[in-house]
Design a protein. Structure first.
Length: 107
């Protein structure tokens, strides 16, 4: 999203003031997670509901993804590296247990 702002919204004279050092792969903008107390059947229903364009989903889409017609399902692999965004920052967390990381990769 930042590159879209930088490339499309900032005027050329503003962009010229910056030097881009690195462009990472894009990451998900937003995501919805549910508690482990939610059953697989309930998860399936929620996913099915949010993955279609209906009058009932329009207010949700308008709030969270105004240009989208539906939400898409993400896999665990889509979020594998996202923990790095908050690791070591003041409001984030630090994963220091290598065994935990191996288990996360295995799932």
């Amino acid at each position: 999203m930042c590159d879209k702002f930088f490339d499309k919204r900032l005027p050329e004279e503003e962009r010229a003031k910056f030097k881009v050092l690195y462009r990472s792969q894009p990451i998900s903008n937003q995501g919805i997670t549910v508690s482990s107390r939610v059953t697989e059947e309930q998860r399936r229903k929620i996913t099915e509901f949010l993955s279609q364009e209906t009058p009932a989903t329009l207010p949700i889409l308008k709030r969270f993804a105004p240009k989208a017609k539906e939400m898409i399902t993400a896999s665990n692999e889509d979020c594998d590296e996202h923990y790095r965004l908050l690791t070591g920052v003041i409001f984030g967390w630090e994963v220091t247990n290598p065994e935990y990381l191996r288990k996360q990769k295995a799932n």
